[in-house]
Design a protein around this ligand. Sequence first.
Ligand SMILES: NCc1[nH]cc(CCC(=O)O)c1CC(=O)O
Length: 309
Amino acid sequence: MKKWNVGTRRSRLALIQTNWVVDRLKEIAPEADFALHEIVTKGDRILDVTLSKVGGKGLFVKEIEQSLYDKETDFAVHSLKDMPAELPEGLVIGAIPKRVDPRDVLLSKDGKTLDELPEGAIVGTSSLRRAAQLMAYRPDIQIESLRGNIDTRMRKLAEGNFDGIILAAAGLERASFDGTISQYLPVEISLPAVGQGALAIECRADDTETLELLRQLDHQPTRLAVTAERSFLHKLQGGCQVPIGAYAMIGEGDLITMTGMVGSPDGKQMFKNTASGTDPVALGIQVAEALLAQGAGEVLAQVLRENEQ
Ligand SMILES: NCc1[nH]cc(CCC(=O)O)c1CC(=O)O
């Protein structure tokens, strides 16, 4: 009987996502056996520092990728948004399952919406992207750093440290915490992170048996959309530590429509562009170039300089 070794982070959300993938694969290959390998990543170990200051792309994936190289694992389940735009040599994304809700959400005291939060409200997030867009929409809001897994962040809201916190709808829905959501933020206010709401199953590029298994979980419209978003990210050389957002939708005839965003961390400068096309890689580059032409390159360079200090 074929046994697949599956790499996963140890957080509650990661285990839910990995078990979801394994359950789907068992339906496809009922005779196969799957063993989970829980791997602690650098991003899981360093919890007391703002993510943008920890530096380095792929904070949540490096150790997991090493286990693929070492053949300790055959494939690994990640949140796509934690994956750097460029994969290391010899590894590929074997499957991108159907995306769930890509939006950011507000969790607040008493279920208040963003418009109902009091003047000068304190909102917790460690994402420069979320902070920039919130301040662009509500310049009076005070952003405070908030790290940790979903449970920790929700506990800090309950303890009364914040008027609200921003999280991804996807994580809350997967962990069945979506009852706590006060408002789904429209993408016009908070453009999601590249790949938000999608999973990526990574494997070795030369492992045809695993690729064949994973292929059956791949959702083509999601792959098209996130390929456009990741091409945009790659062109801007961005990681999770810069205020970049993108969201692509697939319409009739596989026409991809994507909006990309670059902001300054204080939200005072905001560059956006929307375009359509059928080639996802070309579309990502086109939207990135439109933002660079507006002056987004200087804002990105400034953020990178600040992160190095
Ligand atoms: N930044 C960490 C992270 N990476 C993936 C998710 C869950 C959402 C997803 O799968 O896209 C989260 C939590 C969050 O942003 O609230």
